[in-house]
Design a protein around this ligand. Sequence first.
Ligand SMILES: Nc1ncnc2c1ncn2[C@@H]1O[C@H](COP(=O)(O)OS(=O)(=O)O)[C@@H](OP(=O)(O)O)[C@H]1O
Length: 199
Amino acid sequence: MPKTLEGQITPSYFVTKEAPARIYAMSRETKLIVVVRDPVTRAISDYTQTLSKKPDIPTFESLTFKNRTTGLIDTSWSAVQIGIYAKHLDNWLQFFPMRQILFVSGERLISDPAGELGRVQDFLGLKRIITDKHFYFNQTKGFPCLKKAEGSSKPHCLGKTKGRTHPNIHPEVVQRLRDFYRPFNMKFYQMTGHNFGWD
Ligand SMILES: Nc1ncnc2c1ncn2[C@@H]1O[C@H](COP(=O)(O)OS(=O)(=O)O)[C@@H](OP(=O)(O)O)[C@H]1O
């Protein structure tokens, strides 16, 4: 019988302080896959998702800053906090070696899904079964879609909650966030040995 791999997906694992110790206690051989994207876009996407559920929340700008005049960023706001990848990774590296962690680029998952999934398959020790021929780019959605969904002859695209239009954020605020994340991004590139090109 072929060996099977079991997996579980939860976006909050990566940023949960207790998660590495708990997973390590369960199985120290576990392979970890994390999808990361530009933390600034991630924060805006996060805010957009919350806004779609709670339209009355304050503006992105007012949540970003502790003090708008000094430009002091509120790092306790989860949309900001989650994007400090180097800090979260540090926590995982107390338990797991880098070779057991794969970071998938969210940007490349859109521009080159087969390439990125090639890395995932290699990391999991699987044959490269998913390739370019499984995808087509849907211009309307702005995302790649599967030519055929599993067990079906029909295409499959991501659901309508993906690719929500992000609100326009003042360029000054975006720039301030870019400056804030830069040192953490550099540290993250160093730790992973991979330049994600977010600057
Ligand atoms: N497969 C794949 N490839 C590329 N990008 C993807 C993919 N799946 C989800 N996304 C984008 O991730 C953002 C958060 O998605 P979700 O709404 O699914 O978030 S959550 O997992 O429910 O928290 C959201 O980003 P934005 O659309 O830019 O806001 C999703 O579009």
